[in-house]
Write a protein of this length. Structure first.
Length: 359
């Protein structure tokens, strides 16, 4: 059986000490079937690597697509010039994936180091049978929103990166959708960064994102993840609208609970800017109409917590600021008729949920 070849891509802001430390850890791997690709502004003075000229201001989409084009072998591991991997990382990761054919990726403990502290982020195994459940498990266990340092199968993980804050975690959601993600307790990646949900202007620059995202990076991350999962990304089109919105809301709630938003009134405008090739307002209006129709057609709606969560999420998006149009007329008429006929408790619950999205 032929030995699997692993491509290690290192995306670097420069060719200084950080990159040198990363490359030393790559050279020290016990696994020998490696090819090394470095994306950096200048060519590193290091033998036996492939160099791709890359400026830190370039969109992450461009840099990642360049790396994907080079990584034509079996597995891909993406690092940056803040990361150092232990000597057995590649060997144990390859062994795991070759013994678990239904898994698309695997990772170990990540240690985030600053001048004053070191915090461990333990890996979480994501093995649920259904793709949407795997994505949900991912967001329910999320502790960090930055880069993810794990080995992935090149084919299963060969899809584009989005140029937006939150791009790394959105990419990871795509991996979870594709298959299981394994966790290894005995390998480690050390990263010169702070652990947690930290979104800064530096993150915007590192990803080569549009300048407006620096004004409120969290809104950009939420807009990317919510609209991608819930509306735009065709990868999730096999799910019903409500199933998509359920996992999108789970993701939004996780991000919201861990990071401060500057001005949530701008959520819909940010969605429109992140996905500027789509009519996001039209899509959100369509969602409101369909959810309202469902709510007004079901008497036990108050017992479906996931629907209440979706409505609450859309209200945080200030969906009520979208004035009703001709397509909403049947909904408004049904709502007014319901309220005019001495509604019972369940009917009042229906009216409350629908009214919250329109007024």
């Amino acid at each position: 059986m032929a030995t699997s070849i692993v491509t290690i891509g290192v995306i670097a802001a420069g060719v200084g000490e950080g990159l040198q430390r990363t490359l030393v850890s790559v050279r020290n791997q016990s696994y020998e079937a490696l090819e090394i690709v470095v994306l950096s502004p200048k060519e590193p003075d290091v033998p036996d690597i492939m160099w791709i000229p890359s400026e830190p201001s370039q969109p992450i989409t461009v840099r990642y697509d360049q790396l994907r084009a080079c990584a034509q072998k079996d597995y891909l591991l993406v690092l940056d010039d803040r990361s150092i991997i232990c000597p057995d990382t590649v060997a144990k990761s390859v062994e795991y994936l070759e013994n678990h054919p239904n898994h698309v990726a695997v990772y170990g403990t990540t240690v985030f180091e600053t001048a004053n502290s070191a915090e461990k982020c333990l890996p979480v195994s994501i093995q649920a049978g259904k793709p949407d459940k795997r994505v949900e498990v991912l967001f329910r266990n999320l502790e960090h929103i930055g880069p993810w340092y794990g080995l992935r199968r090149r084919i299963d993980g060969d899809f584009p990166m989005m140029t937006s804050v939150g791009a790394e975690i959105y990419y990871l959601a795509g991996l979870a959708w594709s298959g299981g993600i394994g966790a290894l307790a005995d390998i480690e990646c050390r990263v010169a960064a702070e652990m947690g949900f930290h979104l800064t202007k530096e993150d915007v620059g590192r990803l080569g994102c549009p300048a407006y995202q620096a004004e409120d990076p969290v809104l950009s991350a939420i807009a990317l993840v919510f609209c991608g999962l819930g509306v735009i990304d065709t990868r999730y089109s096999q799910l019903s609208m409500m199933e998509r919105l359920r996992i999108a809301t789970t993701a939004e709630e996780t991000l919201r609970s861990n990071i401060d938003i500057q001005d949530e009134v701008l959520l819909i405008p940010y969605c429109s800017r992140v996905y500027n090739k789509y009519n996001i307002t039209k899509e959100i209006r369509k969602i409101r109409k369909e959810i309202s129709t469902l709510i007004l057609s079901s008497y036990d709606i108050s017992h479906r917590n996931y629907i209440i969560s979706i409505v609450n999420c859309l209200c945080r998006f200030r969906i009520g600021a979208l004035q009703p149009d001709i397509h909403d007329k049947p909904i408004i008429e049904r709502l007014e008729k319901l309220l005019a006929n001495d509604p019972n408790k369940d009917e009042l619950n229906q009216a409350t949920l629908v009214g919250a999205m329109y007024y």
